[in-house]
Design a protein around this ligand. Structure first.
Ligand code: FES
Ligand code: FE2
Length: 390
């Protein structure tokens, strides 16, 4: 898990005007709420007074939890604005200036595609990897399904790698690949991996045999069995793109914005785009179908061991079909070498004991007086390998 990327936090429709939401991402708790202009704001959830949870149970007490665009700590009522500054401490009197240390980390936010995203890291704006752009989102010849959220009990890197894997379809998805392997002819064709055009990951397009979709839920898109093109790519550690060409220039483009909750849980925010069957009546069946396909992947991935991807490719037997997985891991190695990887073992050693951690926010650069420690980071992949081998 890495700091310094954009992460999905919550669906726009799930963030109301008067209820803060507590969300765990990268192992730490965040609070999301809407300020008085309706803009989504994301802060570190830990109140620096005495550790209350800013997004904690809101049903308790009778006091409102959002006042004048500030989130109110349910414990002693400290009020934090969207920039993370405490503006009121009731115990010293409303309107009395709080001390400078009364602040929490605040993260840059973008609300797009029906999702609230936060930049979880401390890079200044000019150095930040961008949020992946869904270029066809506002194009009237394309249609987006509403955001589907999948909560899965496995590590996000295993999830991304599964989406980059052209050799699993025939075994995991009866409706994707041919249901029965023809042992005489079956093999995964060679493919080339290139950089994804948006600059922070890889991409490949792959030709494969697929069954016709006749008799399927996509009744109006019947195709015959034959060669189809499908591709996948990544952007940053946690975003995956899949393109499926079902013939006649009819395409799905699928965007998976993954939220690593911790090392064993992931929330996948899934935006499905299509340039055919544009009528809204197709949304439901497409959702239903995507859920079935996702469930087939989930059942396999729950059993994968070890749950984290191994530090070295020599701990698995990788084949040419795994080229895309290898290319993704090479990108992760680049993020490692920037020093952005969270040192999870060190984090776990102290988290939930005496230490409260926060993801560093951009304001930490050049300003002091921060109360919470930042999550421990590993300086490079070399250092990580050294740790793994003792
Ligand atoms: S712990 Fe938040 S106000 Fe006291
Ligand atoms: Fe799959």
């Amino acid at each position: 898990m890495y700091i310094n990327f954009w992460y999905p936090i919550i669906r726009s429709e799930d963030l109301g005007p008067d209820k803060p939401e507590k969300i765990k991402v990268l192992g730490v708790n965040l609070v999301a709420f809407r300020d008085s202009k309706g803009n989504a704001r994301v802060l570190s959830d830990t109140c620096v007074h005495r550790g209350g949870s800013l997004g904690g149970p809101w049903e308790l007490g009778k006091n409102p939890r959002i006042v004048d665009g500030c989130v109110v700590c349910p414990y002693h009522g400290w009020e934090f604005n969207g920039d993370g500054e405490c503006v009121n401490i009731p115990s010293i009197g409303y309107g009395t200036k709080p001390p400078p240390r009364a602040k929490v980390d605040a993260y840059p936010v973008q609300e797009k595609y029906g999702i609230v995203f936060a930049f979880l890291g401390d890079l200044p704006e000019s150095e930040r990897p961008p949020l992946l752009a869904i270029e066809e989102y506002d194009d009237p010849t394309w249609r987006a399904n509403s955001v589907l959220v999948l909560e899965v009990d496995y590590y996000y890197e295993r999830s991304i790698e599964n989406g980059l894997d052209p050799a699993h379809n025939e075994f995991v998805h009866p409706t994707h690949g041919f249901q029965a392997i023809n042992r005489e002819t079956y093999r995964v064709r060679e493919y080339d991996v290139e950089n994804y055009p948006q600059g922070w990951g890889m991409w490949f397009l792959h030709r494969f045999n697929a069954p016709g979709l006749k008799g399927d839920t996509w009744k109006e898109s019947q195709t015959t069995a034959g060669d189809l093109y499908a591709g996948s790519g990544t952007h940053g550690p946690n975003t995956m793109i899949t393109e499926i060409n079902v013939g006649n220039n009819q395409k799905f483009r699928q965007y998976f914005f993954e939220q690593p909750v911790d090392q064993s849980k992931t929330k996948i925010f899934f935006v499905n785009m299509r340039n055919f069957m544009l009528e809204p009546k197709h949304d439901g069946p497409i959702h239903a179908r995507n859920k079935i396909i996702a469930q087939q992947d989930i059942e396999i991935l729950l059993d994968v061991y070890p749950p984290r991807t191994p530090i070295s490719n020599t701990k698995e037997v990788l084949m040419p079909a795994d080229k895309a997985v290898v290319a993704y891991r090479e990108w992760l190695a680049k993020f490692d070498d920037k020093g952005w990887r969270i040192d999870w073992d060190e984090f776990q050693r102290r988290n939930m004991k005496d230490a409260a951690f926060a993801i560093p926010s951009p304001r930490r650069r050049g300003t002091g007086n921060w109360v919470l420690e930042t999550v421990p980071l590993i300086q490079s992949r070399t250092e990580r390998k050294q740790q793994a081998t003792g």
